[in-house]
Write a protein that binds this ligand. Structure first.
Ligand SMILES: NC(=O)c1ccc[n+]([C@@H]2O[C@H](COP(=O)([O-])OP(=O)(O)OC[C@H]3O[C@@H](n4cnc5c(N)ncnc54)[C@H](O)[C@@H]3O)[C@@H](O)[C@H]2O)c1
Length: 369
């Protein structure tokens, strides 16, 4: 019997050595060493860069650079993982695509149409493809709920909830001991601030016709941060709403009532100090209530579950808690991306998918105006 073929190991370049890279992505990629190897790291902060390089397991040290362009054009990099700050996602994604590299870009892919268009143009002329890091949509329990619900027929009501305490509470107990550094040069900090201002201006003023205020800017960033997890999962499960019936929106707590023609959806989210991660999507039909429940992704291995509560016979009731896998959503996401890169599987979380998010942000912020 001949030897089994050696699976291809994708050599990864990672841009953005901040919190999520340290807490989730570098450990996950390191565990997946039969499929991925980190060969290059980039950050404008030299301290984050050397700290993250020291966190990569294995005998071959990754190269490091402060130049995303150097990383993207390197022959040592097959694919690029962008987990830098929101305002530079487009710049980094375009650099990867121009070098014909597949690229996983953290959510939010972009916050304005200008940036989406730039990415679209770059993808058109590239051999690489964009994969957006909506990891909750790769969780086993979410896929189980997709099957259990099976479309919008018979839905009476949906509740999307994401009320959590500050992420630092979970991160400080995650056992990953990330570090924050202040090593970014004044020039790089200035460039990032200008890019952020331009992105917010494009999103609020140009795309939505709303004046930029501090509160609205905060809300846009929160919708792109926490909100995009819930809203993108909601879209995949039940499609896009027709509109918004009402919204009360503050950066502490926000509630939106979406109109889906034959049913309504409440989306409630925000922050308090109760150390809980209360995130779920609950779908009500005549005889069954199906829920996907998420815990914090910052503590690896906490189960994501599907809960089905249903009528049995005339008056009977049963509740099933289904946990098909302990594998965390980041691992699932990486395994899916591997299939897309190596076996040409179609990407689910594409640019065209992510653009729908911008429509939802606009619906919410204009309704709350
Ligand atoms: N999927 C998830 O669960 C999840 C969770 C947290 C954050 N995120 C997303 O990941 C991204 C990073 O979040 P974070 O919490 O790690 O933020 P962070 O601020 O801790 O890290 C961002 C890093 O990017 C670096 N950076 C900024 N500009 C750069 C440039 N021009 N070139 C190279 N590096 C640059 C910064 O120096 C910093 O180290 C954000 O887009 C965020 O929305 C996703």
């Amino acid at each position: 019997m001949g030897d089994l073929p050696t699976p291809k190991v994708i050599r990864l370049g990672l841009i953005g050595c901040g919190e999520i890279a340290q807490v989730a992505h570098i450990p996950t990629i390191t565990f997946l060493s039969s499929k991925f190897r980190l060969t290059y790291l980039c950050d404008v902060d030299p301290n984050s860069l050397s700290f993250c390089a020291s966190r990569v397991a294995g005998s071959i040290r990754p190269k490091t650079t402060q130049s995303a362009s150097e990383l993207c054009s390197s022959p040592d990099v097959d694919a690029v993982f962008v987990c830098s700050s929101d305002a530079v996602h487009t710049m980094h994604g375009v650099l990867a695509l121009k070098n014909d590299k597949h690229v996983l870009i953290e959510k939010p892919l972009a916050l304005c149409k200008r940036d989406i268009e730039e990415l679209r143009e770059a993808e058109k002329g590239s051999k690489g493809r964009v994969f957006v890091g909506y990891m909750r949509r790769y969780a086993s329990a979410f896929l189980d709920v997709m099957k259990e619900v099976g479309g919008t027929e018979g839905i009476q009501y949906v509740k999307v909830r994401d009320i959590i305490c500050p992420n630092s509470v979970f991160i400080n107990q995650s056992g990953t001991f990330p570090q924050k550094f202040q090593g970014v040069s004044a020039q790089d900090a200035q460039e990032l601030a200008e890019k952020e201002d331009s992105m917010v201006h494009q999103a609020l003023t140009v795309d939505m016709g709303l004046p930029v205020t501090e509160e609205r800017k905060k809300m846009l960033r929160l919708l792109g941060g926490l909100g995009s997890h819930d809203l993108s999962a909601m879209r995949e499960l039940i499609g896009m709403p027709k509109g918004v019936l009402g919204a009360r929106v503050t950066p502490q707590m926000w509630t939106v009532l979406f109109d889906y023609t034959t049913f309504a959806v409440t989306y409630e989210s925000g922050f308090n100090s109760v150390p809980l991660f209360d995130a779920s999507i609950e779908v009500f039909t005549e005889n069954k209530v199906v829920t996907v429940k998420y815990d914090t992704p910052y503590v690896k291995g906490l189960p994501t579950t599907m809960v089905v509560r249903e009528r049995v016979g005339e008056t009977g009731f049963q509740e099933r808690i289904v946990r098909t896998s302990y594998e965390d959503p980041y691992t699932k996401e990486m395994l899916e991306w591997y299939e897309c890169i190596v076996n040409g599987k179609a990407v689910k979380t594409t640019i065209d998918d992510a653009v729908m998010e911008l429509e939802l942000f606009k619906m919410i912020l204009t309704a709350a105006d």
